[in-house]
Design a protein around this ligand. Structure first.
Ligand SMILES: Nc1ncnc2c1ncn2[C@@H]1O[C@H](COP(=O)(O)OP(=O)(O)O)[C@@H](O)[C@H]1O
Ligand SMILES: [Ca+2]
Length: 498
């Protein structure tokens, strides 16, 4: 056959094919480029941070983790692990400061196991102490310094990057709790409203929210710029109004009036906030051993604490610990503290949650909550113990008082009403992470919440998926077109040969 005479048509020489091929190549390049920008880095590296919450009643160790490349995006940090330190809070070690540092050992060893060893040297560790240590510092500054030295010494002995152990202020505690709940519920980069934060501890309680009214007192105002938005927050921390200190305040007042009325021995404190049939012997100094009250000199060292189980009388007695007479501002919560009207939704956590969750009171109206609580408080102590054999007796005996205190604080103190009661959400966690001040504290100290909004991905994830799908479909259609075109040209070529 004379090959010279045969003219085989090469389909690659046709302009249509060249055009289609070019479109396909450009398409593939665009797709690869977009997916690289969108998904970088392809292999996530995690970073870690440790915060110790040295509360008045106990210490918890929180380990956080986040993808290294996305640390400035909201909601990327999650709680990887928590460990509860055995025993009481660090402020209880005032007579034996060494014990405070030693108490952290088990949980810190656990942290070493949970965090990959090659990350240890760059993992920051912070300890923040709250109201228990604020009270100890008021009482005995030398003792509180020794306790802090002891925990600092202990934390420095681990392979992490020690960043400090200090007593945080009430404002910090309130503000970082607010940052935590809003970071976790991803409110910070949306134009929608923020979530107020209500934190009830053993020794202090905090309220923090974005008010609608002007803040009249400088001490209660905090300004933030986060992700390009300005926030003007109201915050207040009431020292001595955590539920354990409030119980002491309330019992102290009752003891005083009992003694005024009757100086007989033995003293019997008839307490409407404890269940009928409850009868424990307590010591007087155990009630007054706090800088929250003036010490009371008593000949009788012990008294009988006798339960009456009467909710409304209990509320009457709790109201006496709130001073609502003096207010130097246009409006106050109590004790002469300025507070604008509560506004928006609130997350109520820590003991607000523990108590209301135990009593199944997290989703009722205010009226039903009161009814149920009245029935609970009047239940005989014997029955309560029978129904809850596995709950610590100290907690169990105090739920009636604690819940009545919570209702009184929220209604008479902060001025929540039956209308906005539903705006309070009793929460423990948001997603995987506990609501509390620790996450906000770490985000702030590691500069993980920038003042200005960081770069956003090229397009939202949904848009990205749709785009990639349609583009792939287009390329498939083009490929098919090229294929059929080739087949036709080859056939015509073959005909030409024949
Ligand atoms: N399961 C529970 N039931 C009732 N109360 C609880 C429970 N767990 C913790 N608490 C209480 O929650 C409070 C936590 O306060 P804490 O953070 O230690 O103090 P503060 O924040 O004032 O320094 C304490 O009063 C503690 O007794
Ligand atoms: Ca706390």
């Amino acid at each position: 056959m004379d090959e010279q005479g045969v003219k085989v048509k090469n389909p690659w020489h046709r302009p249509v094919v060249i055009f289609l091929a070019a479109v396909i190549i450009v398409g593939i390049i665009i797709m690869v480029a977009i997916s690289v920008v969108q998904n970088k880095p392809l292999h996530q590296k995690y970073k870690y941070g440790i915060v110790l919450d040295a509360g008045s009643s106990h210490t918890s160790v929180f380990i956080y983790e986040w993808p290294a490349e996305k640390e400035n995006n909201t909601g990327m940090v999650r709680q990887k692990h928590t460990c509860n330190v055995q025993g009481k809070g660090i402020s209880s070690y005032s007579a034996n400061p060494q014990g405070a540092g030693a108490s952290l050992q088990e949980c810190m060893e656990e942290a070493k196991q949970k965090i990959p060893a090659h990350r240890h040297p760059e993992t920051p560790v912070y300890l923040g102490a709250t109201a228990g240590m604020r009270l100890l510092r008021m009482e005995n500054e030398e003792a509180s310094d020794k306790v802090l030295d002891s925990v600092a010494h202990s934390l420095k002995s681990y392979p992490f990057s020690y960043q400090g152990a200090r007593i945080i202020s009430g404002q910090e505690e309130g503000a970082f709790g607010w940052i935590t709940v809003n970071y976790l519920s991803k409110n910070l980069r949306k134009p929608t409203g923020t979530l107020g934060a209500l934190d009830l501890g053993g020794a202090s309680t905090q309220i923090t929210f974005v008010p609608q009214q002007n803040i009249e007192s400088y001490d209660n105002s905090i300004d933030f710029r986060l992700y390009g938005n300005d926030y003007h927050l109201y915050t207040h921390s009431f020292l001595c109004y955590g539920k354990d200190q409030a119980l002491k305040l309330s019992m102290g007042k009752k003891l005083e009036s009992t003694l005024k009325a009757d100086e007989t021995d033995p003293i019997e404190l008839r307490d409407p906030c404890f269940h009928p049939g409850y009868n424990f012997t307590r010591t007087v100094p155990n009630v007054f051993n706090t800088p929250c009250m003036k010490e009371m000199k008593l000949a009788n060292e012990t008294f009988f604490h006798v339960g009456l189980g009467n909710w409304s009388q209990c509320q009457q007695s709790i109201r006496k610990v709130f001073n609502t007479i003096n207010c130097p501002y246009s409006r106050c919560s109590f004790n002469g503290v300025f507070q604008p009207s509560v506004y928006g939704d609130f997350g109520a956590f820590s003991a607000f949650f523990f108590v209301m969750d135990f009593l199944n009171l997290t989703s009722d109206t205010l009226a039903t909550t009161k009814q149920k609580l009245a029935a609970y408080c009047s239940t005989p102590w014997k029955k309560i113990v029978e129904n809850h054999p596995n709950i610590k007796e100290k907690y169990l005996s105090e739920y009636c008082f604690s819940a009545t205190y919570i209702l009184t604080l929220l209604e008479d103190g902060y001025k929540f009403t039956s209308n906005n009661w539903k705006d309070i959400r009793f929460i423990k966690k948001i997603g995987d992470s506990d609501a509390g001040w620790t996450l906000g504290y770490m985000l702030n100290l590691t500069n993980m919440i920038p003042a200005e909004a960081p770069d956003t991905p090229l397009m939202p994830y949904g848009g990205y998926v749709t785009f990639m799908f349609l583009f792939s479909l287009l390329i498939l259609v083009l490929l098919l077109l090229v294929y059929f075109y080739f087949r036709r040209s080859t056939r015509t070529g073959q005909k030409d040969i024949i």
